[in-house]
Design a protein around this ligand. Sequence first.
Ligand SMILES: CC(C)(COP(=O)(O)OP(=O)(O)OC[C@H]1O[C@@H](n2cnc3c(N)ncnc32)[C@H](O)[C@@H]1OP(=O)(O)O)[C@@H](O)C(=O)NCCC(=O)NCCS
Length: 425
Amino acid sequence: MPAPAPTEPHRLPGGLTLRQAGPADLDQIGALLTARGEQADAEDHRLVVEDPAAGWESCAVVVDGDRVVSTATLLDEELELAVPGRQEPVRLPAGQVELVATDPAFEGRGLVRELMGWAHRRSAARGHLLQVMIGIPYFYRLFGYSYAIDIPAHRPLSRPPVPDALEGHVVRPATTADLSEVERLQGLAQRVSDLRMPHSPPRWQWLLDRHGSTTWVVERPAAGAPAQVVATGRTTAPEDEPVLAELAATDRAAALAMVAHAHQCAAAVDDPSPLVVWDRPGTVTGDVVDAVCGPAPTQAEQYYVRIPDGVRLLDELRPVLQARLAASSVEAPDEVVLSTFRSHVRMPVVGGRLGPPRAGGTMQSPGVHGGAGVAPDQLGPLLLGPHGMVGLSRRHPDVYPGPHADLMAALFPPVSADLLTYYLP
Ligand SMILES: CC(C)(COP(=O)(O)OP(=O)(O)OC[C@H]1O[C@@H](n2cnc3c(N)ncnc32)[C@H](O)[C@@H]1OP(=O)(O)O)[C@@H](O)C(=O)NCCC(=O)NCCS
């Protein structure tokens, strides 16, 4: 039987129905998200579904009669992957599943499995080439996700800036009027990374409206001129572990003022915990974090990625691969062969240019065909992750470059990343 369209109600065993959510479900979804997560989740959900930019169609529920027993929401995202030597990145429409919960009385019946199926069908219908997400450990591997992209290092503040660091600066919550400056600062900070995911335009407003975190701006008043926004950052709510994320600034003094303010907020609660600051290596704020923070914990933290159609994604990434090939001194063979073992793809190289990928069947020994092997669950890490072909082939026996090792290393280098997400991972 063909899979139901994401907009169609879908009967499940036990008399349950999976359907698009609607305004009458709002309170029950909010109660379920609060019971299984945090109070702030209900507000976050409401901001999404009541904004026509996302709308009710971005959320689905499983109902038992009128009772909402499980829910999930799919957000629109866009990833950008830098093309060497070009100003414009390749843009990859993506989906992110968020706000997932099942009523304890209905757990273990495959309801989230069904909702993930809905989310992936909706994501495909919206033209998304991949999905990214943050989620509880391991669980989402069951639905085709792999850990692929590093989450920024969380570094404990060990040498807090002196209060004087705030002198000459005003720190206040951002308003809608600040958004263009905030986006500009975030864009500059993200540009040093190969792979970027900005906040979507509607999410900027949700971030200002939500209480689960606060987006700040640092202003520097100037004599006879309007004050300039010189830094921004996002902190967790006072009741949560104190974190300063998304720190972006024009200069060191501005970044230090933001850190000093976040430190003061963290210290102002009963029984304070030390502030944790997210690192952004290669930016001015990265230098400040190096100066004031200790090392990050060694536990790996990564975003999940799901690639529903590797051939299509490779086709979209051709400008990136082409530019990497051109920038390398590697002599390319007649075709680039990449096998995921149960299937493979061939990209012809004609006059130094990569042609469209062609899909083929099982390929057990890609090396014999001059190709590389990559297990399907390592395709996301290979295309978007920090290790590249060289690093992954050291870690995984079923990732290897084959006879054209230099070519594969040039096509699939380590990718640095800076992703902005609704929830702070
Ligand atoms: C985690 C949660 C969403 C699972 O919902 P659910 O409807 O019980 O999930 P499903 O029944 O669809 O589970 C699908 C599969 O995952 C397994 N599974 C369920 N919870 C799991 C977990 N935490 N870790 C690993 N596997 C899990 C199930 O056994 C099932 O396996 P099967 O298909 O082989 O039978 C639910 O327990 C919940 O609401 N937890 C609290 C809130 C939360 O953590 N939300 C996720 C935030 S990212």
